[in-house]
Design a protein. Structure first.
Length: 225
């Protein structure tokens, strides 16, 4: 079967895995122990604002990023959370589950003949836990631990380009405009925007395609073949 691309790489958390639900549940369990009321939407908004700041250089492990982010987010709600206690977030990550469309789409893409990969802002051991939930083999895996930086820095993409053969046609798929669409397109990499939240398209680069989920991506790739 003729295909438009040969390899599809994915961001992991937010694209393949429902990290917002995992984060919200982990925070809620701990906050309940301390009698701290947390509004889910306010919590997630605070998390998305804080984590990119914590990820700025110098490089630190994602376990450290998660703990420091948890402390800062808790502080926004008047919750005095110790750094030691904040390890709960990294401990919860192996429990974060894929979106319902993820595994069927991965299986479909493998059946279509695509090679798959992951480019993720995470530590190797944490991603290894998550991969146990995913029904596919990933031939290209690039983590923040390997490149010593976090997207939207370009190191993930540059490293993946080194590992993907020069003539291979590569599509990257991701939910985050900030972390993936912008740096990917800046390097001339075709990017599929997985707009799971139905967000308005920001000004800036043009993705190869915009879809609601991975089922739509698999259908688009099938029809684009």
């Amino acid at each position: 079967m003729s295909r438009r691309f040969d390899v599809v790489t994915f961001d992991c958390y937010g694209t393949l895995v429902d990290w917002e639900n995992g984060i919200a549940e982990a925070f809620s369990r701990q906050a309940e122990l301390d009698g701290v009321p947390l509004d889910r939407e306010s919590l997630l908004a605070a998390y998305h604002a804080v984590e990119p700041v914590v990820e700025r250089p110098p490089y630190k492990s994602y376990r450290a990023v998660l703990a420091q982010t948890a402390v800062r987010v808790a502080g926004r709600f008047g919750w005095n959370l110790s750094l030691e206690r904040a390890q709960f977030l990294a401990a919860s990550l192996p429990l974060w589950k894929p979106f319902p469309d993820t595994n069927p789409a991965l299986v479909e893409l493998v059946a279509q003949g695509y090679s798959l990969g992951i480019l993720s802002n995470v530590d190797d051991d944490l991603l290894a836990e998550t991969r146990g939930h995913l029904s596919a083999v990933f031939d290209v895996v690039v983590t923040a631990q390997q490149v010593r930086s976090y997207k939207p820095a370009r190191n993930h993409f540059l490293e993946a380009r080194e590992r993907i053969e020069e003539e291979t046609r590569w599509l990257h798929a991701a939910q985050s405009w900030f972390h993936d669409v912008v740096p990917g397109r800046a390097l001339g990499i075709p990017v599929a925007w997985i707009n799971r939240k139905g967000e308005p398209r920001p000004d800036g680069p043009t993705p190869e395609v915009e879809v609601r989920d991975l089922a739509e991506l698999a259908e688009w790739l099938r029809s684009a073949a």
